[in-house]
Write a protein that binds this ligand. Sequence first.
Ligand code: TRP
Length: 502
Amino acid sequence: MTRTTWKSKFGFLMAAAGSAIGLGNIVFFPANAYRFGAGAFYLPYLIALIFLGIPIIIMELGIGRAFKKGFPSSMKEVAGFKGEMTGWFAILNSSVITMYYITILGWVLGMLIRSFSSLWTQVAVPEFGIEAGTAPIGISHFFSIISSPGTAGLVIIVWIMNIFCILKGTKTIEKIVKILVPSMWIFMIIMIIRGLTLPGGFQGLFLLFTPDMSILTSAEVWKGAFSQIFFTLSLGFGIMTTYASYLPKKSDIVNDGLSVTFMNCTFEMIAGIAIFTLLFAFSISPRASTLGMMFFVMPEGIAQFPGATVTIFGVLFFTLLLSAGLTSSMSLLETVASAIIDKFSISRKKALLIIFVVGLSGSIMFSLPHVIDPELNASGTLGLTLLDFLDHWAFGYGLLLTGFLQTIFIGWVFGADRLRTLLNENSKWTIGVWFNPLIKFLIPGIIALLLGSGIFSEFSGLYGHSSTGSIDNLHIYALVFWIFFAAGGSFLLAKMKGGTND
Ligand code: TRP
């Protein structure tokens, strides 16, 4: 099978930046920054970016361009069976993340549709004992969306949009990202101008950049920063390797990696400023879970805008979220598609059909009200859910674990020198020997430390959710499911015989 290539460098850069820029930039970053000491969060964030983010993105891009295969097959070239297993682990782990990511996008679509009109008026949600006017509008509408059977329809629409975007691989992806990614920048710039010019908005800026240094001794903050860097740069998903496998041999990988990182992190800073200024102008504290930020806190702020600007900014905000989410989720679906096609030599149509059926079922399951929250109540706070628990393992551990295995296999089995030769092939800035200890010791060392301290606090109950028994059980079920699905599944997939077209 001949592999398609990107039509232009611009197309590739927009696709990779589109993958990196997602909900992580617009809501997770500001929510994390607030939770972890606002200004102080930048320090661990920058350290994570320089020591982990940049080397790993360049490495992931490099092996894609070198082997021109999907992630598991590329990792097989790197380290044989265990490499391939790592590749499938990444695919399965990120598939879990993508299933609920798309469910969330279904809710975003619901809010977008409502933001044209009804979102700004009160609704009653009798299922949760919410009478009109008793809960903030964002909350009442969010509960009204999740309790409506129509939500499955929203999830189906987002899934169809995703499949449509990757229908012809790079060909369709390129067309879509060339429109969506630049528009996302325009929308964000409009939001930041609005935020900064609102009376009181500047205060948010101060808060965002006022460090609370005491927080730096907390292991949780460091783990938060490192996970944020992995998530925001789409690392540990196999995405960058897949996108780079469609690049021509002559491309400058070091330069491409730096460009994508720069676009992503600039967008994240701008988003942080826009959200903090908007919220502070209306004296709303951004202390919220990421879902709360998206569906409760931001609509609350926007609802206070004068006159018609409410509708304009509401539509703008949810369109921005949907576009950012779509360009991220499709990058992972393309990663899964290329992994299946490369291993089993089946047609693209068949691969997409499998992904659609399995993935959609997962996303619909995540959207069922009782799966969302077994203890759903009208207090306005969403309790801990299956989604949170799976997120805890798949996002909090899975991405870092992939990064750990990947650097170990590339640094030790494949060889750090060989990797450098391959990265330096066409690059203007060549990577020196200093890269070797980074890949072989520092990066896996830092990740092992983070994972280790995470597991330690897991046992010592720091993250324990000491509410009711049913929640504790759910926590264990989620862990068992995750281990079976991601670790067990990756073993089976790596063991399976591939197709004959190799
Ligand atoms: N980088 C994305 C973000 O910041 C995350 C992401 C990339 C993602 N690809 C994905 C999430 C695929 C889910 C599925 O939001």
